[in-house]
Design a protein around this ligand. Structure first.
Ligand code: R5P
Length: 281
């Protein structure tokens, strides 16, 4: 059996009622709840955008299902807070662990997600008390890039070592990203000191593949690097696209193609994650 949250309505017909009370508290209702009593249920609900609200909605739905004895698998293609799995400064929160613990305690027997940042590999894992299956969109993204380039003659590389698992099966190499201190101001963002490359790209068509494009800082530095090295055509792809700080436009201006999956709905979404998640319907 499966349930679909309204924030998945671009790909599946929703069957959960989601509103807000006048003071903005979340209201969640699963119609015909008795149908799910003791059943295996796959719950399709995105945890981004508006992650703090979406996470709480997930907790409410999971708990509602737990109360009737359903065994629920949460299907959320992007896991927010997944980059806060390590501390950089003393006293920082381990947000990734906290979130996984909350989802598990609320009743998630498993999370099905795509390219979970802290796992850095495809497959099953247990983290923060939560069972996770992380699927990878890498093959779909590489196929799309080949179609876009009109050629299979593409070298697939990653902009940092964390994303090397995405490119390894295509014989791809990885650059090395060096992050520095936090920028001044209200946003917690660690500056990129540089992106280093120890392999040749001259005259090659390149696909730079990452798990996510957030502010675009990583991808922009990576494109600049390979262009300086004499790359011919350059494409950028990632599983999850936030495109903050107007980075979609900035990237389009400097390369031959930019696209992501619809794990987060956005203008650049050109690959359907349902090709991966469809089996959980
Ligand atoms: C981090 O290591 C990730 O794999 C991405 O490279 C990173 O989160 C992208 O962030 P941004 O677009 O802000 O550079």
């Amino acid at each position: 059996m499966y349930l679909v949250s309204p924030n998945f309505s671009d790909v599946l017909e929703p069957n959960i009622e989601m509103k807000a009370f006048p003071d903005s508290d979340n209201y969640v209702r699963i119609p015909d709840i008795s149908k799910y009593q003791g059943e295996e249920v796959n719950l399709f609900h995105r945890l981004y955008p508006e992650q703090n609200t979406s996470i709480f909605q997930a907790i409410l739905m999971l708990d509602t299902l737990k109360r009737v004895g359903a065994r629920t698998t949460l299907v959320s293609p992007y896991l927010p807070y997944s980059r806060q799995d390590k501390t950089f400064k003393e006293g920082e929160a381990l947000s990734a662990q906290v979130l996984c613990g909350l989802l598990s305690n609320a009743g998630a027997q498993r999370l099905i997600t795509v390219d979970c940042h802290f796992l850095k590999k495809e497959g099953d894992a247990e983290y923060g008390g939560l069972n996770i299956t992380s699927l990878s969109a890498n093959k779909l993204l590489v196929d799309k890039a080949k179609e876009m380039a009109g050629s299979s003659d593409l070298e697939v590389i990653s902009p940092d070592m964390g994303a090397s698992y995405l490119v390894e099966q295509f014989g791809g190499k990885s650059m090395n990203k060096v992050r520095g201190e936090y920028e001044e101001g209200k946003e917690a963002y660690r500056k990129i000191e540089g992106v280093e490359r120890k392999f040749e790209v001259e005259g090659k068509n390149i696909l730079i593949l990452d798990d996510m494009i957030s502010t675009g800082g990583t991808m922009i530095r990576a494109v600049e690097n390979v262009k300086k090295g004499g790359a011919e055509k350059v494409y950028c792809a990632a599983t999850h696209g936030f495109f903050l700080r107007e980075s979609y436009g900035k990237l389009k201006d400097i390369c031959d193609g930019v696209f992501v999956t619809n794990s987060i709905p956005c203008e650049a979404a050109d690959v359907d994650v349902m090709e991966l998640l469809g089996t959980y319907k």
